[in-house]
Ligand binder design. Structure first.
Ligand code: AP5
Ligand code: MG
Length: 213
């Protein structure tokens, strides 16, 4: 089963995916996490991607499509977080999966206002070592700046600075939102969930909607 989670930066894609993968026994594939690993390892992809990510822009399709279709094929049943992000990426993914006889099962769209997102990202701290994510107000680490899970140093992502957040939001509205219409018109199951509220409540709604399909 392949599920796609779409939403603006800070919508809670990563947070909700971590909960959904346990329940549905799916792998979590986050294109952003893959890029951050490539950046940390200073690979060619990482060095190129960093320039776009730090400027709030999308990494070019030719890099993302090849990297992510390979990752999806290797993963099998999975939930996709942050990919596809353009109509071109969505179309390329559909073509690759149709060849494999394993089409996208459903597309989940997380809706949240830009002001809420900015507040969440300003307060987010992440662990690049194990992927854990914290929020300085409602899910603080036990020790300031230290990951509860693996004790590595927590960071404030470079792209979580106010000026980059507004560019990422503009990029989302312009380049990513149109893929909802692409999936609607291609007859896929599209579930839209209000992601502005409480984390546990959102998980409950997601589970009840996904269970239905
Ligand atoms: P990526 O890492 O995917 O970033 P993003 O889409 O901007 O999303 P985020 O990871 O910032 O947010 P999230 O929705 O996962 O929220 P989270 O759960 O952490 O991509 C980074 C960059 O890589 C892109 O900008 C682009 O340049 C490039 N890229 C990636 N994929 C690409 C592609 N396909 N094509 C081209 N380029 C690509 O939650 C955020 C915070 O809020 C946390 O602190 C969390 O604790 C808190 N929180 C979550 N839910 C709630 C809630 N309900 N209430 C209160 N707080 C909450
Ligand atoms: Mg994320």
């Amino acid at each position: 089963m392949i599920l796609i989670l779409i939403g603006p930066p800070g919508a809670g894609k990563g947070t909700q995916c971590k909960r959904l993968v346990d329940r549905y026994k799916l792998k979590h594939l986050s294109s952003g996490d893959i890029f951050r690993t490539e950046i940390a390892s200073e690979t060619e992809i990482g060095i190129t991607a960093k320039k776009f990510i730090d400027d709030g822009k999308l990494v070019p399709d030719e890099i993302v499509i090849e990297m992510m279709t390979k990752a999806v094929r290797a993963a099998g049943d999975c939930i996709l977080d942050g990919f596809p992000r353009t109509v071109n990426q969505a179309r390329s993914l559909d073509e690759a999966l149709e060849k494999d006889g394993c089409p996208v099962k459903a597309v989940v769209v997380l809706k949240v206002d830009d002001e809420i997102v900015a507040q969440r990202l300003t307060n987010r701290r992440v662990c690049l070592h194990c992927g854990a994510s914290f929020h300085l107000q409602h899910s603080k680490p036990a020790v300031d700046g230290v990951c509860d899970a693996c004790k590595s140093k927590l960071i404030h992502r470079d792209d979580d600075k106010a000026e980059v957040i507004s560019k990422r939001l503009a990029t989302y509205h312009k380049q990513t939102e149109p893929i909802v219409e692409y999936y609607n018109s291609s007859g896929k199951v599209v579930l839209t969930v209000d992601a502005g509220g409480n984390i546990d409540e959102i998980t409950k709604v997601l589970i009840s909607q996904i269970d239905n399909i």
